[in-house]
Design a binder for this molecule. Structure first.
Ligand code: IPM
Ligand code: MG
Length: 365
């Protein structure tokens, strides 16, 4: 097994170091190769996704990705900005299915901005289509308007589009995922306004005919945003397009108390995948040793489960994370009264220790 390690920018290298430490104590047979990506790659090679990095990602069995981006690159032309690295990897690796679980850990119920009873036990899965929609739709650009409200004025435009096979394949992914959970899918659209999403709704409904054991409902995206904060536990699997999924997955992540806890997987049709924390590069805390490494560590667990066929090793990591939380260790983002604040490295060391012994380590608060 070969794992491509792409730490990226900001807190990326710090949190990745902890995840690699954890992987290394599991007695697995794998090799890793590290490459630059994002702003770090731009600084060194003049491009956020150098060919060598892309080739490594293609050749590897799985990719573990940290985070990319920094405000200092905001003025670069779009094709050179760090975000293009992740968009390019998604596109060139065909990673169309993005799994973003939003789980509220029992130990962190009180870290949520919602009332504890609304989020206790929350476990929902957002499945976001990741290579289509307005993110990638052509044409796009700037031009002088020939019609619209201000003919002759400068304008910019993007194209929202989905083809039938793109919708069918993500719908299958969602229904199959639901079969392993509570057999309920909510498809989120904007069919009341957008042609693209009327089509989305029609195609998802057609595919559903092959999954009579799974319940399907449809919700407009504005209502879904509202229901997510009103009664999040009413959802189980949510399937939606690239743009709506981007927005709703951040909202869902925050319900759980900390985006610093949540892993994600982006898979191709053969379950090869890229695994990354749901949070960003947090340049404001980079290099300070305070970032929460758990989302990256849990992403490594997801990688072992989905792409590398090592479910027991994945279980070991996930149990170790629960053990350190139960022992009261918290990074700043999830800290609360009565728990012990630790830095990135100490958190990683604790997960390593718990992964080796399989036991809960105790600590004084
Ligand atoms: C995400 C991020 C990316 C996206 C950015 C960094 C391009 O927000 O993974 O959700 O919009 O998809
Ligand atoms: Mg996002």
């Amino acid at each position: 097994m070969k794992i491509a390690i792409l730490p990226g920018d900001g807190i990326g290298p710090e949190i990745m170091a902890e995840a690699v430490k954890v992987l290394n104590v599991l007695d697995l047979d794998f090799e890793t190769e590290t490459a630059l990506v994002g702003g770090a790659a731009y600084e060194a090679h003049g491009h956020p996704l150098p060919e060598a990095t892309l080739n490594l990602a293609k050749a590897a069995d799985a990719v573990l990705f940290g985070a990319v981006g920094d405000w200092k690159y905001d003025k670069l032309e779009r094709s050179l900005r760090p975000e293009q690295a992740i968009l390019g990897l998604r596109k060139h690796l065909g990673l169309f299915a993005n799994f973003r679980p939003a789980i509220c850990y029992e130990q962190l119920t009180h870290a949520s901005s919602l009332k504890p009873e609304l989020v206790a036990g929350l476990d929902i899965l957002i499945i976001r289509e990741l290579t289509g929609d307005i993110y990638f739709g052509q044409p796009r650009g700037r031009r002088v308007a020939v019609d619209g409200h201000f003919p002759g004025a400068e304008e910019a435009f993007d194209t929202m589009r989905y083809s039938r096979p793109e919708i069918e394949r993500i719908a299958h992914v969602a229904f199959q995922a639901a079969r392993k959970r509570s057999k309920k899918v909510t498809s989120v659209d904007k069919a009341n306004v957008l042609e693209t999403f009327q089509f989305w709704k029609d195609v998802v409904t057609e595919v559903h005919a092959q999954y009579p054991d799974v319940e399907l409902d449809h919700m407009y995206v504005d209502n879904a945003a509202m229901q997510l904060v009103k009664a999040p536990k009413a959802f189980d699997v949510v399937v939606t397009g690239n743009m709506f999924g981007d927005i709703l997955s951040d909202e869902a992540a925050m319900l759980t108390g900390s985006i610093g806890m949540l892993p994600s997987a982006s898979l191709d049709k053969a379950n090869k995948g890229l695994y990354e924390p749901s949070h960003g590069s947090a340049p404001d805390i980079a290099g300070k040793g305070v970032a929460n490494p758990l989302a990256t560590i849990l992403s490594a667990a997801m990688m072992l489960r989905f792409s590398l066929n090592q479910p027991q090793a994945a279980d070991r990591i996930e149990s170790a994370v629960k053990a350190v939380l139960s022992a009261g260790l918290r990074t700043g983002d999830i800290w609360s009264e009565g728990t012990r604040k630790v830095g990135t490295r100490e958190m990683g060391d604790a997960v390593v220790a718990a992964s080796i012994t399989g036991k809960t380590i105790t600590t004084k608060t």
